[in-house]
Design a protein around this ligand. Sequence first.
Ligand code: HEC
Length: 126
Amino acid sequence: MKQIKRISNLFIISNLLFISLLLFGSCEKHSYLVETVNPGDSISLQTDVQPVFTDKCIGCHTGSGTAKLDLRAGKSYASLLNRGFITPPDSTCTLFVTIYGGHYATLLDNEKQKILIWVVQGAQNN
Ligand code: HEC
């Protein structure tokens, strides 16, 4: 009798273990990874920032219509510069203020960071 009780206790414990493994295992699988940009990295307009413009902005910013700013590849730098949107290249410039003010596009944190770091690194045509 004692033997049976011990076996069924073992059975319950191993089942509990199995269930908790399932629970924690699945939590880990769906854990959310926040991607961040290292401010020490040098950020390039062409390889880092333009893909964000192309992905999130040119639905509206093609230089015509109501959004006059042209953010298409090859056009974005001149358009931002000529409109004075990246002058001075710090957190007071229009590009920066617009993005952080919650403009039309939904940007991920790491996309915002890329633009921010590109601006404070001098907003160069790099
Ligand atoms: C759904 C359309 C839409 C999207 C997407 C969009 N914009 Fe705009 N944006 C506009 C319009 C319209 C204006 C001009 C009117 C205004 O200022 O609200 C504008 C104006 C701006 C201005 C100038 C603000 C000023 O004060 O004159 C900047 C800078 C800008 N957008 C940047 C961006 C960037 C960067 C993205 C992508 C991350 C983006 N926009 C995505 C529609 C859009």
